[in-house]
Write a protein that binds this ligand. Structure first.
Ligand code: NAG
Ligand code: NAG
Ligand code: NAG
Ligand code: NAG
Ligand code: NAG
Length: 319
């Protein structure tokens, strides 16, 4: 009898311990235990299962400071958009495919892919931007091709015809304006950061936000020729080995300033290349190369980059 009672007790203790463990490790059973975070609760961009079902951890909507992260901490919010729609818009190559989301009358943000192509990481990043009240469009420069490993990405990237790519960007901006968006910004990451600078030079954009990218000379782009009327907000990590600050970033930025380009440069201490991928689950998977030993870049700094982005967008294309 005593043995049976001890056994029952042991089983109960084990089950409870297991539930608690499961909750802590996977967020499993949280509806049972009621520990998920509600709308408006502070959360971590890196924790995928902190927020209650149907909510995502993202930046608050009206983050009014000038990049002061104390007013711009991520919180659980209901996602209004669950996916992007594949579209085609007219260009010199006939049509260019792209992925669009958000309301047509909203100010728009053209989101430029990394060298991987239009994968889930860039789509999720675009959705985070759309959540801030924007229409988004990702032009698909590779026309459906997506790299899953590094060598493939290098191949696709070196095959990219920048003349055609720049036309894809110019026509994306024209399409957005023609179909309801009065203001259009361009943001891009890595290869797309370079393309965002090309867009600032050649497309009629109201603002440009290049992240850790610079167009090579052969692309036909020269960021020093960006019109003074196009404000540029650039973001680089000091541990970016692809675009070292002293040898690549500063010489370009100094020469842009000397040419009167309106550029604000933000450097992030210790952050690696492609750090903005850390804001989405697919991006984190990409940074870790699919393995689980991903070292999370400093979340305070990644959050700061996000809040500077939303502040800049609101300042230049919301009104
Ligand atoms: C979103 O769209 C992509 C293709 O554009 C598709 O692969 C994915 O399954 C969709 N996700 C959801 C949640 O509908
Ligand atoms: C790149 O694209 C442009 C415009 O579409 C075209 O004229 C040119 O021939 C292309 N270059 C190469 C090397 O394919
Ligand atoms: C690119 O062009 C600029 C301006 O003409 C020049 O200063 C720079 O050295 C060039 N870079 C390369 C890698 O050729
Ligand atoms: C950045 O690079 C420096 C020098 O290579 C290294 O000591 C430091 O640990 C790196 N920082 C991070 C956050 O990885
Ligand atoms: C992250 O960056 C902030 C701001 O620079 C710094 O105060 C903090 O110590 C960093 N955190 C870690 C874990 O390095």
């Amino acid at each position: 009898m005593t043995t049976l009672r001890t056994l029952t007790l042991t089983v109960i203790v084990a089950v409870v311990a297991c539930l608690v463990q499961a909750k802590e490790s996977y967020g499993f059973g949280r509806s049972l235990l009621q520990t998920c975070k509600k709308s408006g609760d502070r959360c971590s961009l890196y924790a995928t299962s902190e927020c209650c079902d149907g909510l995502v951890c993202t930046m608050p909507l009206e983050c009014t400071s000038k990049g002061d992260r104390s007013e711009c901490l991520p919180e659980c919010r209901k996602q209004t958009l669950s996916n992007l729609t594949r579209i085609e818009y007219p260009s010199n190559s006939g049509t260019t495919p792209g992925f669009e989301g958000g309301k047509k009358y909203k100010p728009a943000v053209v989101v430029m892919q990394e060298w991987w192509g239009v994968n889930d990481a860039i789509k999720q990043t675009a959705l985070h931007i759309a959540e801030q009240g924007y229409r988004v469009l990702i032009p698909d420069l590779y026309r459906g091709r997506v790299a899953v490993e590094r060598m493939e990405a290098i191949g696709l990237s070196s095959d990219l015809n920048w003349t055609r790519g720049i036309d894809d960007v110019v026509k994306a901006v024209e399409y957005l304006r023609r179909t309801g968006s009065k203001k259009v910004a361009i943001i891009g990451f890595c290869q797309g950061g370079g393309m965002a600078l090309c867009g600032a030079q050649f497309a009629r954009v109201d603002a440009a936000l290049p992240f850790y990218g610079i167009p090579s000379n052969f692309t036909g782009c020269n960021p020093r020729l960006i019109p003074r009327s196009v404000p540029v907000q650039a973001h680089f990590g000091t541990n970016d080995t692809s675009f070292p600050i002293t040898t690549r970033v500063m010489p370009l930025v100094d020469s842009m300033r000397a040419a009167s380009v309106d550029i604000k440069l933000y450097l992030y201490d210790g952050l690696p290349h492609a750090f903005f991928n850390a804001i989405t689950p697919a991006g984190r998977l990409l940074m870790s190369g699919g393995s689980s030993n991903f070292k999370f870049p400093n979340e305070t700094l990644v959050t700061l980059a996000f809040s500077r982005t939303t502040n800049f967008l609101r300042l230049h294309i919301r009104h």
